[in-house]
Design a protein around this ligand. Sequence first.
Ligand code: ADP
Ligand code: MG
Length: 613
Amino acid sequence: MSDIIQLLPDHVANQIAAGEVVQRPASVVKELLENSIDAGAENIALIVKDAGKTLVQVTDDGLGMSTTDARLSFERHATSKIKSADDLFNLHTKGFRGEALASIAAIAHVTLKTRTENTEIGTEICIEGSTITSQEAAVVPKGTTISVKNLFYNIPARRNFLKSNPVETRHIIDEFHRVALAHPQVAFQMVHNGSDVFNLPSSNTRQRIVNIFGGKTNEKLVPVSEETEIVKVNGFVLKPEYARKSRGEQFFFVNHRFVKSSYLHHAVHSAFEGLIRDGLHPGYFLYLEVNPQSIDINIHPTKTEIKFDDEHAIYAMLRATVKHSLGQFSIAPVLDFNKESGFETPYEYSKKSPQAPTIEVDRDFNPFSAPSHSPVPSGFKKRQETTQWQSLYVGMVDELDSPASSSIELESDEVTGSLFHSERETKSHATFQLQNKYIISPIKSGLMVIHQHFAHQRVLYEELLKNMTLQEAVSQQLLFPLVLTFSAPEISLLEKIREQLEHTGFVFSQFREDTLQISGIPVSMIESQAEKVLEQLVDDLRNEVPDAGFSQNDLLAQSLAKSMAVKTGTPLNQQEQEHLVHQLFACKEPSVSPSNRPVLVTMNAADFDKKFM
Ligand code: ADP
Ligand code: MG
C-alpha cells in the first residue's frame, strides 16, 4: 500500500485552528482588543457592523508594527510575546499563542494598517483566507487598525451557525465589558452600526464600573481590598440587597485578565451566606493579582479558565476578605480587625492543617435565669484566652477546610496560642450594660455597642438551625406537662411541623383537636415562654410569604429565636453580658440579626478625639 499521510496545507491548518480560537464575532473582538492592550494602547476604538458579522474593526494608538512584523503577525505561532516555553510561566501579556491573527485571517477578509512611532510611513496589508492580496506603504497614524470583514465567508456552515444579531451583539458587549473592566486606565469606545454604544474615558475602577453599568451602580458598590503574600485582592462586591435572580455582574480578573472560575465564585458566594436568599446571585468585580508563576492560563485556547497553585489559600482569603468588607461597609459598621495579627495570620493558618470548626454553644446559659445561678460553662475559661475576633476567623478558616464537617468542638489551646500570640495578653474585656438594652465593650480601636436582643437572636437562631440540621437537640423535661390551647387550624399547622419542632428540643406528648400537651422544651427556653413562642410561630407561619425563598427550618428558627431572645429592658449581670458576647462571636454571622438588622456598631477612639477638640 502506498503512503497516505500528507501534511495539511497551511491555509487548511489555519482554518482548523481558527475553529478553536474564533467561535463567533465576539471572539474576534476579544482577540483584537487584547492585542491592542498588549501593544500598550491608551485609546482603543471598536467599530462593529451587523453584530460583527459584516465588520469588526479595532483601532489603537499602541506600539504599532514594522513592515516585517506586520507581515509576520499573520503567520501561525508568530508572536512577539514569548520566546521560549519558560516565558509561559511568567506571562504579563494577554496573548502568547501567536494564533489569533493567523486564525482570523484564515476565515475572513482582513485589512491591517499599522505604523510604529519611529517610522513615518506605515504599512497596509490585505489578506483573505490566509492569502496576502496586497501590501503597500501607507500614511497612517501611529498605532494599529485591524478590520475583519465577512467573518466565516469561506465556511458557510459556521456562518449559518451564528445566532441572531441581538445574541451575537450581546456576546460582543460581554467581551468588551471584560476587557474594559480589566483596564480602566485605557479609554475605550464602541460604535455599533454607526451609533455610540460606549464611550469610556480613562478612569479608576469604580468609575469604569459606573460608566459601564450606569450611575446607580455607584451606591451599590462595597469596596474589597486585601493583600497577603500570595495574592492581592481589590475591587467591589454589590451590596447583598442588590443580589439578583439571574447571574448578573460577576467578574473575576486575575492579573488583569478576565477569568471564569466556579471555585472562586463559590468562595464569594459563600461569603454572602446568610445575607442573601437562596437562589439569588451576588454581583462582584474582583481583581486578583498573583505571581504569574503561580498560575496556569494555558489550559484553554480562549484562555478564560485558570489554574492556581494555591487554590485553597486563595479561596479562604477571598471568602474572608469579602465577608469582612460586607461586615465593614454595608451590613453592619463593624469589626475592627487588627491587621497584622488578627487578619493575616489565619491565611497562614490555612496552609497548615487546621482543626475542626470551633463554635461553642453553651446549652446551659439562660439569660432569664437568676443572675447568681448562671452556671459558668466548662469551656468558658479556655475561650477567655482568645479574643472574640479570632474565634470568628478561626471558625471561617476551619470551615473551609472541612466544609462537610458538622462536628463542633472546642479549639485546642495550643493552636490558638501559637497563632495569636500577640493577642493573648488581651484579657477578656469588661462589659457594661446601657439602659438595659445595649452591651458596651471596649475594643482595640475604641468601643463596641451590641444590641442585646438582636445579639441573642443571632445566637439562638444559629443554635436552633444547627440543632434542626443535625437533629441532636437536647430538651429539658418539664416537671408538669404544659397544656396549651389553640384553634383546630392552628393545631394542624403545628402538627405539620412537629418533627422540626422536636428537633429543636420540644417534646409533644399529645396533639388533640384544640389542645396540645408539651412535656419537654428546648434547653435555651424557659417554661413560661413556651406558649408565647408557639403562638408567635403560628402567626409567623401563617404570614409566611409562600415561596419567599426561605426554608421552613429557617423560618422556624427565625421565629423561635425572635420570641426566645432576651428582650430589650432586661437587666443582665456581668457574667451574662460577657457570656452573650462570647456566644455572639462564636456565631458564623455575628454582625447581623437573623432578620438582617445590625447587631453591633463600633466607634473609633478617633471619633471621640474629635469631640474633645
Ligand atoms: P499573540 O497575541 O498571541 O502574540 P496574535 O496572533 O494575536 O498572537 O498576534 C501576533 C503578533 O502580532 C503579536 O505578538 C504582536 O506582536 C502583533 N500584534 C497583533 N496585534 C497588534 C497590535 N494591535 N499592535 C501591535 N502589534 C500587534
Ligand atoms: Mg493576540
